[in-house]
Design a protein around this ligand. Sequence first.
Ligand code: FES
Length: 143
Amino acid sequence: MAPELTRGEFLAQSGKTCLTLAAGGLLVLGCARIQSVDVEKTRPPDSPPNYLCKESEVSPAYYFRKGRLRGVLVRTKDRIKGYRNVCTHLGGPNRLEGDALRCLWHGARFSPETGAVLRGSARRPLPALNLELRDGLVLLAQA
Ligand code: FES
């Protein structure tokens, strides 16, 4: 037979359980990150200021940070597409898995071709980036 708890002991134990679950949840979210390249640290010295990467590095995806912009470049059938890598549901990161960009937080899936929602909690497409391909480089086009 289990020992009886006083009201205070029960509340203290419940509080510890809640903190443990919350910490576990934060740990899971913290792990759901994607390694991304800091463009400003890796760009060649003679590259233009809107440089993102070499075309050959998009194979099949390239995750980057440029200032506050977090992006993903994907090689589709006939071109390279780019999106802000922030899920339109609650802001999770997306990773290319098979033929979809999948949000690591709640599993929404987006089309690499268009950014459209294929499945899941998100309702809006991933915002597309304007890209310019020049001399084997992927550049962020001026808006
Ligand atoms: S944050 Fe991406 S599906 Fe929820």
